[in-house]
Design a protein around this ligand. Structure first.
Ligand SMILES: [Zn+2]
Ligand SMILES: [Zn+2]
Length: 371
């Protein structure tokens, strides 16, 4: 093994430098991951443009790799051996607090960089911290005792496994948070990697009508939505989406609306409120806007709408995502549209951020062993 580990480090807003770090000494309860694929998502686009703090960060929070070295205690505790391929969650919980004990380590204070400056979370933690290698945009990543791993079954390629995070979010938000199930009618807004993953989760869970919206430039993504289980797609620029939803549902509206748009302002939530059925629909939102002028609180109350927030994924959702990928039931490999080497972090993130609008970008991966 090399003495030094090459990593792409975010050093400021929209700025990346390649740096080398020493290979860490692995304690008995720690391990070293050889990173194969680091997925890039919309969060990276935001964090890269406006870093939440100035310290140098190795980004990359959706990581797949092979256990390169494992201390004895780590191997025994996690049931892994050197050479095993794993999906590493970005949360690093304390496993002592109430949230961790309940299995909801995604809410743990130790992994919450918003409230805890010393938080540990892959892709968010400063590279100045001990062990340095806290992100997937590097050839190796350090795994402490409290890293959370999911074994990747044989036959699932690293590139396919790289979709585990969006797919697990799909399962978490659609099925666990919003309650999509047998015979549900669902409106999914936004046909990016997240919206398409929701479509798969809804189909697998038994939804009978899955409607996916997009804009005119999303024509290829909307076609892919159909391949992944959508029953209807709507181009919101060419058609009146509310009219179409009502037509499709026989005037009833849908049971559940999932907002997977980005940068669309208040429109998706307003459409969601109107497109939901007469009473007790569920609206899953993402907090892009700091404020929501003229929020239709009266209509939400009168329709008895439940609002849920999209918030990461649970252990169970990740296990189900890996199984879903292994099952081959849906052609999820279609989502993996672009891959870049370690020297191209900047290009990879800007491509996902819409730098080339005419290109059909869905999921972008970073392959740290490519230059
Ligand atoms: Zn992500
Ligand atoms: Zn905890």
């Amino acid at each position: 093994m090399a003495e030094q580990v090459l990593a792409a480090v975010r050093t400021g807003p929209g700025r990346t430098e390649l740096r080398e770090f020493p290979v860490p000494d692995i304690p008995d309860d720690g391990a070293l991951l050889k990173v194969e694929v680091a997925g890039i998502c919309g969060t990276d686009v935001k964090m890269y443009a406006k870093p939440p703090f100035a310290a140098p960060v190795i980004m990359g929070h959706e990581n797949i790799g092979v256990i390169a070295r494992a201390g004895r205690t780590f191997a025994a505790r996690h049931g892994v051996r050197e050479g095993d391929r794993v999906f590493v969650e970005h949360y690093v919980g304390c496993f002592q607090c109430d949230w961790c004990r309940a299995g909801e380590y995604r809410h743990c204070e130790l992994t919450d960089w918003r409230t805890n400056p010393d938080a540990r979370r892959y892709g968010y933690t400063s590279a100045d911290n001990p062990y340095h290698l806290w992100g997937g945009f590097a050839r190796y990543m350090y795994l402490p005792w409290n890293a959370v791993l999911h074994k990747v079954p044989d036959g699932v390629s690293p590139e396919l496994a790289g979709l585990a995070t969006p797919v697990s979010n799909g399962i978490e938000w659609a099925v666990f948070a919003a309650g999509v199930g047998y015979d549900s009618t669902v409106l999914i807004q936004g046909p990016g990697q997240q919206g398409l993953s929701q479509a798969v989760a809804c189909k697998q869970a038994g939804a009978s009508q899955i409607i996916v919206t997009g804009t005119t430039r999303d024509v290829a993504r909307l076609a892919m939505a159909r391949k992944l289980g959508a029953d209807h797609v709507i181009d919101v620029q060419a058609e009146d989406p509310l009219e179409r939803v009502m037509e499709i549902t026989g005037g009833k509206g849908v049971d559940i609306v999932l907002d997977c748009t980005s940068g669309a302002g208040t429109a998706p939530v307003l459409l969601g409120v109107d497109a939901l059925k007469r009473r007790e629909g569920t609206l899953l939102i993402q907090g892009e806007l700091a404020a929501f002028p003229d929020f239709p609180v009266k209509k939400v109350t009168e329709k008895a709408i439940t609002i849920k927030s999209a918030r990461g994924h649970s252990f169970r959702a990740c296990e189900l995502a890996v199984k879903q990928l292994a099952s081959g039931r849906f052609p999820l490999d279609l989502l993996a549209t672009h891959a870049f080497g370690l020297g191209d972090v900047d290009r990879a993130i800007s491509l996902l951020g819409g730098a080339r609008p005419d290109e059909d970008v869905i999921h972008v991966s970073l392959l740290p062993w490519q230059a």
